[in-house]
Design a protein around this ligand. Structure first.
Ligand code: A2P
Length: 266
């Protein structure tokens, strides 16, 4: 930005101050917002940054996956609202025109570079863990590297699937991604409210139901690659499941057949 933003507290050094351009609430627990993107800010689709508000001398920062793709001229974030959460209790009240702080360095392992090439990319998300995949499914590079992209999104309730369902549908209609994204599929399930597909993704992999429902073979290290984003217990259990199929965890320095990131909440 141009440095003209005025806030009650001084903006810390090494931090961008950006302007909120759009806010959309999905449920009493979930919302999305967009904000301006500094001209000098570069990131790889799937990475996260530290976000804060200019509401204290020493603002609280939390890690947020960037939900927009690297080519987008704005930045998008998808957030939970935690009652009494040091950041989200305030962040959930932001409006268009408000200021959001962002530390300058993006990072993360849910990036295409950390995976070896393969036929089919699986993105396993629960709750707000869908955010980095919202970025990656809008990046044409994902489809250059993988013929098929399957996003699994599991939430407690049906309304919590709105963001992923709307976004996947819009990607398929998008002029830039639409033609690349013909191999994109969303496998959405709930665990605490009736829905056509139900159950934890770990259980659906163990029973083989997810593979039957999608008409694909069981995961193998020859064909499949995985990215995982959700709660700590979901990461652990999904990682164990992928290791059971013979996949090996990779990193930026040592790409392999799957990568893991934790979903960052208060
Ligand atoms: P469940 O309702 O059976 O706990 P949360 O909001 O707690 O992060 O959960 C989001 C979704 O992730 C819920 O549908 C939840 O199912 C599911 N989930 C929670 N823990 C795990 C886990 N260890 N493995 C797979 N899915 C999980």
């Amino acid at each position: 930005m141009d440095g003209k933003i005025e806030t009650a507290f001084p903006i810390p050094t090494g931090v961008f101050a950006e302007t909120v351009t759009e806010v959309q609430h999905y449920t009493d627990r979930l919302f999305r917002f967009r904000m301006t993107r500094p001209a000098s800010f570069r990131f790889r689709s799937g990475e996260f940054v530290m976000i804060g508000l200019p509401n204290a001398e020493k603002p609280v920062f939390r890690a947020y996956s960037i939900a927009s793709p690297s080519w987008d001229e704005e930045l998008e974030f998808y957030s939970i609202k935690v009652p009494d959460g040091p950041l989200t209790e305030h962040l959930q009240k932001i409006k268009e025109g408000d200021t959001v702080l962002m530390r300058k360095k993006p990072t993360g392992t849910l990036v295409n570079d950390a995976l070896l090439p393969g036929k089919r990319l699986w993105m396993f998300a629960t709750g707000t863990g869908f955010a980095p995949f919202a970025s990656l499914i809008r990046d044409p590079e994902t489809y250059e590297k993988f013929e098929e992209v399957i996003v699994t999104h599991t939430c407690r309730e049906v309304a919590e699937l709105t963001y992923s369902q709307t976004l996947v549908a819009s990607v398929k209609d998008d002029p830039l991604c639409g033609e690349f994204a013909s191999g994109l599929r969303l496998y959405a399930t709930t665990t605490r409210e009736d829905y056509p597909f139900m159950g934890r993704i770990t259980d659906l992999m163990a029973s083989g139901k997810v593979f039957d429902d999608l008409g694909v073979p069981q995961i193998s290290p020859q064909a499949d690659r995985g990215m995982i984003c959700g709660s700590m217990s979901m990461l652990k259990d999904t990682k164990t499941a992928l290791e059971g199929f013979g996949l090996v965890e990779g990193s930026n320095n040592k790409p392999d057949t799957f990568v893991v990131e934790r979903a960052f909440v208060d």
